[in-house]
Design a protein around this ligand. Sequence first.
Ligand SMILES: Cc1cc2nc3c(=O)[nH]c(=O)nc-3n(C[C@H](O)[C@H](O)[C@H](O)COP(=O)(O)OP(=O)(O)OC[C@H]3O[C@@H](n4cnc5c(N)ncnc54)[C@H](O)[C@@H]3O)c2cc1C
Ligand code: FES
Length: 288
Amino acid sequence: MYKIIEKQIFSEVTKLLSVYAPKIAKSCRPGQFVMIRIDEKGERIPLTIADFDPEKGTISLVFQEIGKSTQQLGALEQGEFIKDVAGPLGHPTHIFDSGTVILVGGGVGVAPIYPIAREFKKAGCNVIGIIGARNKELLFWEEKMSAACNSLYITTDDGSYVRKGFVTDVMKELIEEIGKENIALIMAIGPQPMMRACCNLSKGYEIRTLVSLNALMVDGTGMCGCCRVSVGGSTKFVCVDGPEFDGHQVDWLELYRRSTYFCDEEKSAKDIYNSEKGNHACGCGGIQ
Ligand SMILES: Cc1cc2nc3c(=O)[nH]c(=O)nc-3n(C[C@H](O)[C@H](O)[C@H](O)COP(=O)(O)OP(=O)(O)OC[C@H]3O[C@@H](n4cnc5c(N)ncnc54)[C@H](O)[C@@H]3O)c2cc1C
Ligand code: FES
């Protein structure tokens, strides 16, 4: 059992849980993730380790409530427990110590990009961060990202905070300004369409671009085959070969198709969970 030490609510749908998991906190590196199971009957879901404190023995998970398991997780409070937290899993990000890196976080992708930014800066790179969200309410960790980057740019789709537009608008301007030959790496983490758009843009400039893929997972150990993706024509498993891959080589269409395989089951699990809780699908909490 893993105790929840702290809970933070960033928005109605975005939450942070800091969990006491000393062995994981001691051994994890930026880019890695854990598989969690909330209770005995729960499914296993992957979540990136967004922050970790080896001294306190805690890891932080930031997640968006989109289905049954993440809603159930978001309902847990400080002092309660998560049944299983397995990890650290996946390969850590390869950190190097010189040159300019552009790190792009979209939506909840700001959480996994943060420890990567911090590590690149600590190693000596010039770290340019770009973070974006649909609106101001969904943005979080601006201060932490500011501290972890040498410069930080912010966009919101609706213009409710800082610059109106997409992260790719800023990315394009920066590439033009800095020059493609002066950018060692671009990393993009966020929703699939955003990562794909970043890759489409950077491909034209031939800048190496890594993405962290959010394939569906079941076991997280390379045995079930659920997280299979095609990268450069080869079959890879996100849980053991990734989660980071060369974004220019990813078969995005296949990834999207596989991500939507279980939509009906996911919807009915969410509906049953909400009806048992007395919640209406509208999110009124059963009040209306
Ligand atoms: C390596 C890895 C790290 C991840 N890190 C984070 C994180 O730090 N924070 C976070 O909020 N989410 C993260 N995800 C996604 C997270 O695992 C899913 O949001 C979660 O499993 C959804 O479970 P659910 O039961 O709430 O929703 P479901 O009912 O299972 O799904 C609801 C909707 O979300 C989509 N979905 C389901 N699983 C995933 C998935 N793995 N990735 C993207 N969309 C999915 C479904 O297609 C469906 O449309 C990560 C995924 C991977 C593979
Ligand atoms: S989740 Fe089963 S092989 Fe990756």
